[in-house]
Design a protein around this ligand. Sequence first.
Ligand SMILES: Cc1cc2nc3c(=O)[nH]c(=O)nc-3n(C[C@H](O)[C@H](O)[C@H](O)COP(=O)(O)O)c2cc1C
Length: 196
Amino acid sequence: MSRFTPVALAHASRLLNHGPTILITSLDPQSGRANVMAAAWSMPVEFTPPRIAIVVDKNTWSRELIERSGQFGIVVAGAGFADQTWAVGSHCGRDGDKFSRFGIHAVTGPVLGLPLIEDGCSAWLECRLLDEPGAQQKYDTLFGEVVSAAADERAFINGRWRTDIAPELRSLHHLGAGTFLTTGGEITARPVMESP
Ligand SMILES: Cc1cc2nc3c(=O)[nH]c(=O)nc-3n(C[C@H](O)[C@H](O)[C@H](O)COP(=O)(O)O)c2cc1C
């Protein structure tokens, strides 16, 4: 049973604010084949409407599909999904369907019909690719406008990440070569006594 509930678009940037390793999903507009890759580089860049940046190497199949379809999905992977995250980030979808190959179940996005992942993951966003003339040939960075978002209520609720999030749903932060840190040990900032 899905524990995902919609996230208001005004809060969508918070899903990426802490720099989690994400999965980028895409769909071949001709064949309907789905693809997924791992990405460490993403960030919110605009408040309203919510826009995000992702960095996608021009040699990847994901890049080709995103440019041909004009859309992409973002999934925030949970710590329990580290093996699959590494797998989809180490193989190219041109060589075979990574969803069936690595036993990943996709759900369908409500607005763009993108393949998204809920099992083992904490949140997803559907994005429309922003067309920046010339930029896509020049830069690896792509910009997208978020059109729908949802999160597992055990991880993110009322527009905020929970601090009592289960270990397997904590986000992954890539150190390199398949080694990740997960979040934990939260601290809350207190007012600093100002010098007179
Ligand atoms: C943890 C992790 C993070 C990665 N981050 C990025 C990234 O930010 N940008 C990128 O272009 N590739 C990144 N990669 C590599 C892609 O996921 C990889 O090239 C993938 O095989 C592309 O798949 P595709 O050809 O099916 O699109 C990362 C890989 C891993 C394992």
